[in-house]
Design a protein around this ligand. Sequence first.
Ligand code: FE2
Length: 356
Amino acid sequence: MTYEYERLGGGLVVPCVRLDLSRSNGPRSAQDFKHRIFEIVDREGALLFRSAGIDGPVRYAEFLATIDFRHHSYVGGTAPRTDLGRGVYTATDLPADTTVMIHQEMAYLDAIPDYISFYCHEPPPEGQKTHLIGDMRRLSAELPDRLRTKYRGKHARLRRTLPPEGSESVIARRDKSWQEVLGTGDRQEAAAIAAREGWDLTWTAGDYLVFVQEPARFFRPHPVYGELWCTQALHYQAAARRLVAERDGRTADARRLAAAMAAAPDTVDAMVMEDGSRIPPEDIAAWFELCLAAEVAYALGRGEVIILDNMLMAHGRSTFTGPRTVYTALGDRAGQPPPRCSTRTSSSRTAHVLPG
Ligand SMILES: [Fe+2]
């Protein structure tokens, strides 16, 4: 399998291969090169499949099966997503007016997927560059010594207050219910999952759930590059969401966040240090500026796919106009122990439209 390098901008270069992935039984060439595909992703951080010709999520699932993509469950995940089955999800159901800042997938947990893949089913009109990417090797190197020293060896826990299914906030603001996040509506089953994962669950009045997830590392080892910054602790903060709302011009959201932070900061979802202390706003603002400077926007064409190493390359999505449909799948490296969540299929809104 031969590949070239494509310059996405901002000095970020990714390997790019042109393979016809459109045939129904999966391309033999992709199967032949499956080990090579992941070897390239592990070393380069990404592999872009241009002109791949994938014509729908079924074919995307078949392509992933062809290369033995080991699916990682989204149980415990925070993003609103629709689960199509066979490990394929909508990339995000967040509205088009909201930027998703570059981040490493699920890095608010200690068990994260090694890979994340995106398939563009319907690109937005006029060639809008809506996919964001950032090189975490560069970001880790640019991290101020003050932050590196302060957070090395530390852990943070994601604390959320989740509404029950059918509540106003789930319907109106597309919040995730606790049933959706845990993949069950049964409190006993939820408690068993939580015990296995190291999560704390406390139900409060009105069937709301205070959900504290396991301590997650700030730095983690990558098999090729060694220790890298890998956390959403400075992202998953009301102050960070407010900065994003201001960036997007969503003034009502920015005001709502400011009011919630002033009135009852403990009820606003956030990552909190393991000892219970809060991450200071100046650290959140510094990280936001670093991410802004590192992000590079690019476009995936119709039928094209990218596979990212989830530690080496952060991903995000810009705001956009018009229709846009992108699907995603999360994966684990071969030879790794199966993820702790692997027995369950999903925590997302379930459509299960894919056969098999
Ligand atoms: Fe993501």
